[in-house]
Design a protein around this ligand. Structure first.
Ligand code: ZN
Length: 148
């Protein structure tokens, strides 16, 4: 990931290796690249590679987020069949502050880029917080697995 320079930063995305996204926060094969963190704004940006059949664990967006589905298909908030959205690449989506995503699923190999404002609150089935994942946590996780 590029340094947090006050003048800006650049990431050559194809020069960064994919890293496994932590199991427990997802099921199936999801890899990610952390592209930027902005601690001053509580914002972070990443790209995710999600194989067919993978999903993210239940979570609440503590702040809004915007995504660009670059490949594949993503069921958000259950997908269109149950009142959510089914994004089909190329697709853009906005998730509001406090959006709860019980099961974000990828029926085919997919990839999306997303900027998050504020942390994700990952929950267990009883609604207890498993992990509060914000700028610091994503940076720590990335540095631990990608070796900085
Ligand atoms: Zn979500």
């Amino acid at each position: 990931m590029a340094d947090n320079s006050p003048t800006g930063s650049y990431v050559q995305m194809d020069a960064v290796d994919w890293v496994d996204f932590p199991q427990g926060l997802c099921a199936g094969d999801i890899k990610w690249k952390l592209l930027h963190v902005s601690p001053e704004a509580g914002a972070w940006t990443a790209i995710f590679d999600c194989k067919a059949g993978s999903s993210f664990a239940k979570h609440i967006h503590m702040g809004p987020g915007e995504y660009f589905l670059t490949k594949g298909r993503m069921h958000v908030r259950g997908g269109t069949d149950v009142g959510g959205d089914t994004a089909v690449a190329p697709g853009y989506g906005y998730e509001a502050c406090n959006a709860q995503h019980d099961h974000t699923e990828f029926p085919v190999d997919s990839e999306f880029y997303m900027t998050f404002l504020g942390p994700l609150n990952f929950l267990d089935d009883d609604g207890n917080t498993i992990a509060l994942v914000g700028c610091k946590q994503v940076l720590d996780a990335w540095n631990a697995t990608a070796g900085g």
